[in-house]
Ligand binder design. Sequence first.
Ligand code: 13P
Length: 280
Amino acid sequence: MKLYNFNELLSVAKARDFKAIGSFNLHCLEMLPAFFKAARDTHSPLMIQISTGTAEYLGYKLLVDSVRSLAESEQVPTCLHLDHCSDIASIVTAIDAGFSSVMYDGSHLEMDENIVNTRKVIDIARQRNVSVEAELGAIGGSEDGKAVAEEDITFTTVEDAKRFVDETGVDMLAVSVGTVHGMYTGKAHIQHQRLAEITEATQTPLVLHGGTGVSDEDMRRAVAGGIEKVNVGTEMNVQWVGRCMQTFEKGKVNDSVRKFLIPANNAVTQVLMEKIGLFK
Ligand code: 13P
């Protein structure tokens, strides 16, 4: 089965009565079957996103081959997306390997440079039927281990978002509206009014980063207000590592390693199923 780009996957999601797609960060290959189990059990399409750190750790080709193989055997429409990447060469590596969607993150640049670079990526990606996400404004927290300080958070303005979308024609736009990457405890404060105005002005699928730590109620409101891709990363990592810490501590060295990992993988399936349930 081919991998779907974001626009194709969104059409499948809408046909199955989902308002938004959850895009889930895969932290290690062991988690992959657990992602597919959640998608199969909820009859949901699946979007898997990979940080450049994880892509380099596992290998772009291994990721593409494994995801394609499971999409085929599980019959789940699947999109494989490169998360936050500000290096165009790595984006080309991902596209060449077979990723079906990429994010060019130029949010740290001046707007004009962000537009120029995003256009470059779109020119490369469109020829290969690959969708492109870009980011405007700066989301706080930690991205692939790199911290964005609180004073560097800038919320996306309606005017900038409109100009950016008009001048790039990007497929989906990540906006800074109050969520924070990696925040596991505490509550994000989403600026719903700002989100509604950006949605109205851009008429383009918007992406909510930092899905971990967003309350169910806020998540539902954000999706009703125009968010069509929701990124969740930290929560699966927390569940997986937490379960492994418990099982490894209780186990013996000659226990089959799968006994330690199965509870961790089940916890990951559970996180995805709960989040996917919010997008109906
Ligand atoms: P969380 O880790 O906060 O869920 O955010 C994930 C994300 O936005 C990845 O781009």
